[in-house]
Design a protein around this ligand. Structure first.
Ligand code: SF4
Length: 233
């Protein structure tokens, strides 16, 4: 039975949108995506600017839970994305999603280390997709945030926790070059990451935060280190 305080938390309209079905976002699972409003970064290549700059969403947690009740046995999992979902207190929401029988994946930039730690310790997450935005030297330039150290703590947490996770980087060739990616690969190896490393190219939707255009520089994949398995998306 919920208390009044619980209900007010669950009534907050923190969710910008719901994608009701995807088979692309959670490896091997049918899922929906819950898009949280707002983000603590301003990545130059981000094409979700409407979500990033939104102060409030259109759906409450209660709205989402009502939707999920209609998807029991139809979907396997719920993807928490955004924006930056981990900017919110997700414990109660995740507990309720778990009670409905869904797996939970979190997409994150890793800058809310304490939130991630709590969710992992409570066994409320089944999969985490962590963005490795850039090497330390370029992190602030690309994300307009000074949160590399928090990200770094989260990366170590994922590697050491035993949770199923992936690390991924979006490449705009004018922002990140082959050497930058090799620097990230070296860093991942030093930390003990041995899984595949996912790379994806900048998607030119014409509406990125920094209004980026298609890159002027080419990207030579043959110059990348072979020390980790690289998977392109
Ligand atoms: S790409 Fe960057 S700005 Fe956009 S939602 Fe992700 S972390 Fe936030």
């Amino acid at each position: 039975m919920s208390t009044n305080k619980d209900d007010s938390l669950l009534n907050a309209k923190d969710i910008y949108d719901i994608t009701k079905f995807t088979h692309l976002d959670y490896p091997g699972k049918l899922a929906c995506i819950i898009w949280f409003s707002g983000c603590n970064m301003r990545c130059e290549y981000c094409y979700n600017s409407e979500i990033v700059f939104s102060k409030e969403g259109y759906y409450s947690y209660i709205n989402v839970l009502s939707f999920l009740r209609t998807r029991i046995h139809l979907l396997d999992a719920v993807v928490l994305s955004g924006g930056e979902a981990s900017s919110y207190n997700l414990v109660k929401f995740c507990k309720k999603i778990k009670e409905l029988g869904f797996l939970i994946k979190l997409d994150t930039n890793g800058t809310n280390h304490k939130t991630l730690k709590e969710l992992i310790e409570l066994e409320l997450l089944d999969y985490v997709a962590l963005d490795y935005k850039a090497p330390k030297e370029k992190f602030t330039q690309i994300t307009l945030s000074k949160k590399y150290d928090e990200f770094s703590q989260t990366l170590n947490l994922l590697i050491q926790s035993g949770i199923d996770y992936e690390v991924r980087t979006t490449i705009h060739n004018d922002l990140l070059n082959e050497q930058d990616i090799n620097t990230i690969i070296d860093d991942l190896l030093q930390r003990g990451h041995t899984k595949a490393y996912y790379l994806q190219e900048f998607l030119d939707t014409g509406s990125s935060i920094a209004n980026l255009k298609a890159p002027l520089h080419s990207f030579d994949r043959s110059l990348l280190s072979n020390d980790l398995e690289i998977l392109w998306r």
